[in-house]
Design a protein around this ligand. Structure first.
Ligand SMILES: Cc1cc2nc3c(=O)[nH]c(=O)nc-3n(C[C@H](O)[C@H](O)[C@H](O)COP(=O)(O)O)c2cc1C
Length: 170
């Protein structure tokens, strides 16, 4: 799929067929996502790939808007590893770039996904830490849930906002 088409047609998917995502597909997708830009190329991410039903169910309980975890066959927890930071504070931007790459890679493969937020909400961060057994220096940022969409998504409304574009000065 051409990049601009992928960007324009990606939508959040929260309902999935009960079909597993093969581990080799998950590995390929996260490998592609790792081509994301990062501050000074520090690549401060750690990814937890999840295809265990019980773990997904447990994760669905850490976010009141994380119901997709109950029906998704797979998930990826994108975490920032502060021990890999050479430019402190930039890990959120770095991990967000990776997360968007992941969403686009999933979409271009004909699968669907939704980004569910974890960081900066303390309660969700603590919950994800416990469920996944993360060490202190690894901060869970986003849980991407993915699988085969069970219904067709609609094209997004027109999101071009000329009033949000400023040339040369505010
Ligand atoms: C930081 C962030 C956190 C989000 N958290 C959730 C969430 O907890 N649950 C959910 O269903 N969707 C979540 N979303 C998805 C947004 O609701 C969705 O991207 C937005 O409504 C636009 O729709 P679209 O993705 O179909 O273009 C999140 C998206 C972002 C970027």
């Amino acid at each position: 799929m051409e990049a601009i088409v992928a960007i324009r047609t990606r939508r959040s998917v929260r309902a999935f067929e009960p079909v597993p995502v093969p581990r080799e597909v998950l590995s390929e997708l996260v490998g592609v996502a790792m081509y994301a830009p990062s501050a000074g190329n520090q690549q401060p991410w750690q990814l937890v790939l999840i295809d265990d039903r019980q773990t997904l169910d447990n994760l669905s309980r850490i976010n009141p808007y994380g119901g997709a975890a109950k029906v998704a066959p797979a998930g990826v927890m994108i975490c920032g590893d502060t021990s890999h930071e050479r430019f402190p504070g930039f890990w959120v931007q770095d991990c967000s770039a990776l997360t968007q790459n992941l969403l686009l890679a999933i979409h271009s493969k004909g699968l669907g996904a939704v980004w569910t937020g974890v960081y900066p909400l303390d309660e969700r961060v603590r919950g994800a830490r416990v469920v996944l057994g993360l060490p202190e220096h690894v901060i869970p940022m986003a849980l991407v849930l993915l699988g085969t969409p069970s219904r067709k998504t609609q094209e997004a409304e027109d999101r071009v906002r000329p009033d949000r574009i400023h040339w040369n000065h505010w």
